[in-house]
Design a protein around this ligand. Structure first.
Ligand code: JCF
Length: 677
């Protein structure tokens, strides 16, 4: 009887392992997952339970064994069966043409097919499989001997512990261990939440994770693997490198999904250009592309020089990260008065351009990275985003560095600074008195999605404010050709065009106008929601915080900003002036209130905590459709409070005041009834 049960358990364990391995293969090699993650997790849980009940069924290749083994005291060295090669580099098109011509001459052929692939920015490893079982994994080391990292590598889900199909007695696979960008961002987010130091970039994260003495730590890092070649193989392999990559995939080893076979150096260069174009859209960092002669007999004929094969080359991209010196830190004042520290750098060529400034985000960031003036810093520029400082090379300090300090007052207008703890920001309190804030308020007002004033660019706004011609957005509509033509670099014709564009912009829409006002936290979509709810400006202007919160997507913070904006007499005056100068839009009926006999007509409801079944915004909209007023705080007038999980002070307040509390289940039940009525 017991024997039968054990046999059944053994069979089930084998089946679960087969299924899990198959899902892994589909996910990592075919890039075509066949089941949702939840199903994978369910199978895994079942296997873990089975193995817990029957420890004798555990095998070293079981997918449950990827959680990490006992920590090591030190790494040991292993000798690679075949040396691990590195790659020569090409930095421009000429060097690629030279490479191709050299090979054609050596081989005495007219044309060569190349296998091209992205060059991953990770860590090279060699995996040894005996009879299809992963036995040894090692870093590249000096190419002949590397450090053994088998226990760590076994935790990487993309690396098969057993190969599939007809496997050779011995196989050395070469590839790159790396971390995806999304995995890196998510990992750092969690690390920071735990109060740990984040990684500087995915490459450092991958290297740090693999060179860990404790495999349990490695198991928690989102590492991936991509095979790019082989070392020693005791089996006949196909004649082309592209076919070898396919054979590796058949054995269950992931290789790049971006591999192509191209013809000649022109084909290589086209691939390089296309990859460079897509670089920022990829979920992994690459530092170039690799070209390899496809025919393996030609590879053998070409051989190698020093430690690099003659038949392959890495065509590098411009670096996205470089070291330079931080000369100084200035503070820029944004539209809402936030001071942003900006690094002034010794010019450095990074990501294809010369960078002299980089953002430091805010003071907390500076403290966290311990950035000091005079430091050697690592500057990163990816795509079109603003360059940023990713870290400091503390080892290069000579003691002459000094701390970055906040200025005592706004560097533009001298107004006092106020701290906004929540946003880890510091603001200038000058408002529109501050020329920096004024300039940016005007730029925003004129921008395409706001009033769309064609031809009113940033430089011109600066000129207008500096010349004292424009102090508020209303002044824009007081400009005439004569005043404009007096500005530097402004001809009669441009002045006329700008006046015409200003005139055109006066006929606008309420959502655009509201967005253009630059109310804090009111973006395009909130502006649209406000316009829909209130129909016209007078109703919105008079709305209190409670009424504003009835707008879908408007919470207490935004409601507060909107109310405060309209309470400011200066803002009301500017709006009046704009209307008097001809700015106009079509008003419409406010959103109809739910009818008086709606199930929740006239009752005030408060939502708190997290609902599982729907987002808060949806719950709010459905309650409103039933006639309820959704309020932000609990009072004696509150009809009931809907408390999701982790509800806090509002729930306590409701209990204190004796207000009815519905949990999520009660709420959903009643919602179904109300919505049916
Ligand atoms: O992606 C890489 N970092 C990469 C490195 C790709 C390759 O095809 C390589 C490599 C290092 C050596 N091939 C060799 C021969």
């Amino acid at each position: 009887m017991a024997q039968e049960r054990i046999a059944a358990a053994r069979n089930r364990a084998a089946e679960l392992r087969r299924e899990l391995d198959e899902h892994n293969y589909r996910y990592y090699v075919l890039d075509a997952p066949s089941v949702p993650d939840a199903e994978y997790d369910r199978l895994m849980r079942e296997l873990v339970e089975l193995e817990t009940r029957h420890p004798e069924l555990v095998t070293t290749e079981s997918p449950t064994q990827r959680v990490g083994a006992e920590p090591l005291a030190a790494f040991t060295e292993v000798e690679h069966l075949e040396p691990m090669l590195s790659l020569g580099n090409a930095f421009d098109a000429q060097e690629v043409h030279d490479f191709d011509r050299r090979l054609r001459e050596l081989l005495d052929v007219v044309e060569i097919d190349y296998v091209t692939e992205p060059k991953l920015d990770g860590l090279a490893v060699s995996l040894t499989y005996h009879d299809g079982r992963l036995t040894v994994a090692a870093t590249r080391g000096d190419g002949r001997r590397g450090e053994e990292v088998t226990q760590n590598v076994r935790t990487i889900r993309g690396i098969p512990l057993r190969l599939r199909g007809d496997v050779p007695p011995l196989l050395e696979v070469r590839g790159e261990v790396f971390m995806t960008r999304s995995g890196f961002v998510e990992y750092n987010r969690q690390a920071e939440a735990r109060g740990e130091k984040p990684f500087v970039n995915p490459r450092n994260a991958a290297a740090g994770s693999l060179r860990q003495l404790d495999p349990v730590v490695t198991a928690q890092r989102p590492l991936n693997f991509c095979a790019y070649g082989v070392g020693r193989v005791d089996a006949e392999l196909p004649g082309r490198h592209s076919e070898v990559l396919q054979r590796l995939r058949d054995w269950g080893l992931p290789s790049s999904g971006e591999v192509e076979v191209v013809c000649g150096s022109d084909g290589c260069l086209a691939y390089h250009a296309a990859m460079l174009e897509r670089r920022d859209a990829l979920d992994f960092d690459i530092d170039g592309v690799v070209y390899k002669v496809d025919r393996r007999d030609w590879q053998t004929e070409l051989g190698q020089v020093a430690r690099a094969p003659r038949w392959a080359i890495a065509h590098k991209f411009p670096a996205q990260e470089e070291l330079t010196r931080l000369l100084d830190v200035d503070f820029q004042v944004g539209r809402t008065g936030v001071l942003t520290p900006v690094a002034r750098l010794e010019p450095v060529f990074v990501g294809g351009v010369t960078v002299t400034n980089a953002t430091l985000h805010n003071m907390d960031e500076i403290a966290r990275k311990d950035v000091r003036i005079g430091d050697t810093v690592s500057v990163r520029r990816a795509g079109d985003v603003i360059p940023e400082i990713v870290g400091v090379v503390a080892e290069r300090r000579d003691g002459g560095e000094r701390a970055v300090e906040l200025p005592p007052a706004c560097p533009v207008c001298g107004s006092a600074l106020v701290r906004d703890e929540e946003a880890s920001a510091v603001r200038c309190s000058g408002g529109l008195y501050c020329p920096a804030q004024r300039k940016q308020a005007i730029r925003h007002f004129a921008s395409r999605l706001a009033m769309d004033i064609e031809g009113l660019g940033d430089k011109l706004v600066d000129q207008l404010v500096d010349a004292g011609l424009v102090a508020s957005v209303a002044d824009l509509y007081r400009l005439d050709v004569e005043a404009l033509a007096g500005l530097e670099r402004m001809g009669e014709k441009s002045a006329q065009n700008l006046v015409a564009a200003l005139e055109r912009s006066k006929a606008t829409t309420l959502p655009r106008f509201l967005f253009a006002l630059g109310i804090r936290e009111v973006g395009e979509s909130t502006a649209r929601a406000l316009a829909t709810q209130f129909g016209d400006l007078p109703a919105l202007r008079e709305a209190d915080v409670e009424a504003l919160q009835q707008v879908p997507d408007v919470g207490p913070v935004v409601a507060q900003h909107v109310a405060a904006f309209f309470a400011e007499s200066h803002n009301r005056e500017v709006i009046e002036a704009l209307r008097a100068l001809g700015v106009r839009w079509q008003s419409h009926e406010p959103r109809p209130a739910a009818d008086a006999d709606a199930p929740l007509a006239g009752s005030s409801v408060v939502l708190t905590g997290t609902l599982e079944a729907m987002p808060r915004t949806e719950a709010k909209a459905r309650l409103q459709a039933l006639g309820a007023k959704v309020a932000g705080s609990v009072s004696k007038k509150t009809a009931f409070v809907i408390a999701g999980s982790e509800a806090g002070s509002k729930l306590a307040k409701a209990t204190e005041l004796g207000v009815e509390v519905l949990d999520e289940a009660d709420f959903l039940e009643r919602l179904a009834i109300w919505e049916r009525d």
